[in-house]
Design a protein around this ligand. Structure first.
Ligand code: SAH
Length: 391
């Protein structure tokens, strides 16, 4: 594993006010990252500027990924100064980038209040001479869903991320890609449950697909949810065209309730009914994620039951052999067992793929994201004031 210190950009989040501790010197200012176009327009109007200034500002922030006010050359200096009194450009302070042997990179970001979140960039196969990546971003600090096989769940829920903190993970990571490389896909699959942070997740998704901003194609953005059934339809209506991945992980209610506790509240039968309706109505293919846990849900019989339950849902199935972590009480099934499971689904006519575990050595794989300091704190090992190491 290679550990790189990210070059500190003191002007990035503090707009010219260096603060080595990364905490905000400008508390009380509005974070521009996270404002939509209409909000930027009205802010500019309040400052006595015409509406088109707001649109220019929007394009600087999201389209050109400006790290500060300084380079916004088509805005006058006095206006930029007035803006800087009211607002700041971002809140994430880069802490480090850990790079795994397979090219996966895990960004650790420090938030304004000292909490930490992670985003993961994963190399994707591309044409000769073209380098493209997928970016996996977080929607909460920790998670409240309690899935028994997930490390983030062990951390518990700490707080919601703002829309700005969600989008900025993309902007800050994209700015750090070498010339000519780009993020082809973005997934909300990092720490947290996106639909448990509904408003900011919707706003962040809209900001990422806005044509005057990042302009990501909606089908290149996927939101992964544990399956908060009453919010699924609402989410799809709020951001049409965005991909949906649902974490199913079992073929029957009882097994699912054991490993995904929210199944007791929003059961599998209702969840699948909602998915069936969505997939028919929206003519979209839903991705089902299925973590394979040895001896628990990985038998050929489980695969057959799963195939039967998914009948009538336009879908594909993504199999995730469990990624181990210290203290985890499951086992990863053998490759042949995984392949056997996949083959049963394929024989029933389903598109089923096995997700490669990327970044296992840097704990960047699915369900391995966690703030170590917070975990230790929860376990009563360290006191609150212990800073995360900057290496
Ligand atoms: N809250 C969202 C995002 C979770 S992370 C959701 O539930 O979908 C993305 C995927 O990784 C989810 O399907 C999650 O269940 C799965 N996952 C969590 N821990 C894992 C682990 N240790 N090994 C493999 N997959 C895991």
């Amino acid at each position: 594993m290679e550990l790189k210190q990210i070059r500190p950009e003191t002007t990035e989040n503090l707009d010219g006010c260096p603060d080595p501790a990364g905490r905000s010197l400008v508390a009380g200012k509005v974070d521009l990252k996270g404002l939509d176009e209409a909000e930027m327009v009205s802010m500019c109007e309040e400052l006595g500027e015409p509406a088109y200034r707001g649109r220019q500002l929007f394009s600087w922030i999201y389209g050109k990924r400006a790290p500060s006010f300084e380079g916004m050359t088509n805005l006058s200096k006095p206006f930029r100064e007035r803006l800087a009194e009211r607002a700041r450009v971002g809140v994430l302070a880069p802490e480090r980038l850990e790079e795994g042997a397979d090219g996966t990179g895990k960004f650790v970001w420090r938030l304004g209040d000292g909490e930490h979140i992670e985003s993961v960039r994963i190399p994707m196969p591309g044409r000769e001479g073209e380098k493209r990546w997928a970016l996996c971003i977080s929607t909460q600090v920790g998670c409240a869903m309690g899935c028994t096989f997930c490390l983030t769940a062990k951390m518990g829920f700490v707080r919601q991320l703002s829309a700005g903190e969600i989008v900025e993970q993309y902007l800050a990571a994209a700015r750090r890609l070498p010339e000519g490389e780009h993020f082809r896909n973005v997934v909300f699959m990092g720490m947290g449950e996106p639909l448990d942070n509904f408003g900011p997740t919707v706003k962040a998704a809209r900001l990422l697909i806005h044509p005057n901003g990042v302009a990501l194609s909606p089908r290149r953005l996927t939101v992964s949810t544990v399956g908060i059934t009453p919010r699924l339809k609402e989410f799809i209506e709020a951001v049409p065209g965005v991909g949906l991945a649902v974490s199913l992980h079992a073929a029957d209610e009882e097994t699912r309730s054991r490993i995904v506790p929210v199944n007791r509240k929003w059961g599998m039968a209702d969840l699948l009914r909602a998915c069936r309706e969505l997939s028919a109505h929206e003519r979209r293919r839903i991705t089902f994620e299925y973590v394979l846990l040895k001896g628990l849900n990985d038998s050929p019989e489980d695969a057959r039951r799963l195939a039967a339950r998914l009948q009538g849902v336009r879908c594909k199935i993504n199999l995730l052999p469990w990624n181990p972590f210290e203290g985890g009480s499951f086992e990863r099934p053998s490759e042949s067992r995984v392949e056997g499971f996949r083959a049963v689904l394929a024989a029933q006519g389903y598109i089923a793929t096995v997700r490669q575990s990327r970044g296992l050595d840097i704990r960047a794989a699915c369900g391995q994201l966690v703030d170590d300091v917070k975990m230790a704190e929860r376990a009563g090992k360290v006191r609150r004031s212990t800073p995360a190491p900057m290496r």
